[in-house]
Write a protein that binds this ligand. Structure first.
Ligand SMILES: Nc1nc2c(ncn2[C@@H]2O[C@H](COP(=O)(O)OP(=O)(O)OP(=O)(O)O)[C@@H](O)[C@H]2O)c(=O)[nH]1
Ligand SMILES: [Mg+2]
Length: 320
């Protein structure tokens, strides 16, 4: 680099303030798995030749950095204990000669029921505010005063009637604390409504939402059938049709934000399957009863939607 260029870059380097993009979703919607996949995708991007990208993980719960290596071993993460607020913050950075961009992505461990009690005060009327309003307020501000959101919506038999039989006996469906199935669409709608209500009430002080990503998780369950239902998830019409059919309530709130700001990312890890002599497809399971993940031993990676995760990181860097 010439002396002149060195001088310019040391004076003129634009370092953006760290933007905050919160990662939220219902319990069992695949957040921790998505975190592990993002960790792996970040690693891939970091190690590309001449890469300007780097990242680090701020651990908030012990074991979170284990997730990526567990996925490489074919194992899904353990259930995140309820009561934690953030399990990790993923910090990503793109540093070129003249600019530097920093984004923090806190993984909000708001198992559905926690999130509802925390965001409740902003949904209910002033006459029905909960006693924990004060503590909820701090968290609400942290969540609501963010520049963007990545929200997980899982493919689930609760929403999509044609999820194939082998995926119907799993224990991975979204549930509340008493074991009742919950509709991930409804949970997400509540989270989005709470953020929206907060932003409307605090227009002068809270940052505008610059982007929202919908991470449709567990897409491997329907990957081979979705086109047959007239919904090509790689086309924007197909995505629209899919979302408005199966995630009606969340999509309605997102429309209010302006769908132009919303980007859709279908993601998955692939699970091991086998066919019985009778022709029935069954999923191989680990000792803890969770499905086993298909592993690409050659590259020491799980079989997952690598390209889409890379696109998600690019989207974050281009949007914030
Ligand atoms: N088939 C399939 N199953 C998945 C995928 N991602 C997650 N799962 C299943 O969903 C379960 C829950 O995923 P997690 O990543 O733990 O979800 P979470 O949102 O962190 O859940 P909690 O921490 O319990 O709130 C896993 O144990 C798997 O059984 C996927 O891409 N494909
Ligand atoms: Mg989790």
């Amino acid at each position: 680099m010439s002396q002149l260029l060195k001088k310019i870059s040391s004076f003129g380097k634009v370092t953006s303030k760290e933007k905050r993009v919160i990662f939220v979703g219902a319990k069992r919607s695949g957040k921790t798995t998505a975190f592990g996949c993002l960790d792996l995708a970040c690693g891939i991007l970091t190690h590309q030749p001449n890469s300007t990208f780097s990242y680090y993980i701020e651990e908030k719960s012990s074991g979170i950095s284990q997730v990526a290596s567990d996925l490489c071993q074919g194992l899904f993460p353990e259930e995140t204990p309820s009561g934690l607020i953030f399990e990790a913050i993923l910090h990503i950075r793109n540093r070129s000669q003249f600019s530097e961009q920093n984004i923090a992505m806190p993984f909000c461990e708001t198992a559905g029921e926690d999130m509802e009690s925390l965001t409740g005060p902003y949904i209910e009327s002033v006459y029905m505010q909960k006693p924990d309003w004060q503590s909820a307020d701090v968290l609400n501000k942290y969540i609501c005063d963010s520049h963007g959101y990545i929200v997980t919506l899982p493919v689930s038999e609760t929403n999509i009637p044609w999820v194939p039989a082998e995926f119907r006996d799993t224990k991975d469906e979204p549930q509340d604390s008493s074991g009742h199935f919950v509709d991930p669409d409804l949970t997400l709608k509540r989270i989005l409504s709470a953020v929206l209500t907060y932003k409307e009430k605090n227009k002068a002080t809270t940052p505008l939402i610059e982007g929202i990503a919908i991470l449709l998780t567990k897409v491997d369950k329907i990957l081979h059938f979705v086109k047959g239902h007239g919904m090509n998830l790689n086309s924007s019409e197909g995505q629209q049709k899919f979302l408005t059919t199966y995630f009606r309530q969340s999509t309605a709130v997102l429309k209010y934000y302006g769908l132009g700001k919303v980007k859709f990312f279908p993601v998955f890890v692939e699970v091991e399957k086998k066919r019985t002599p009778e022709g029935k497809v069954i999923i191989n399971r680990a000792e803890n009863g969770k499905p086993k993940i298909l592993v690409d031993r050659e590259n020491n990676l799980p079989s997952f939607s690598k390209t889409t995760y890379t696109e998600l990181i690019q989207w974050a860097l281009n949007t914030f």
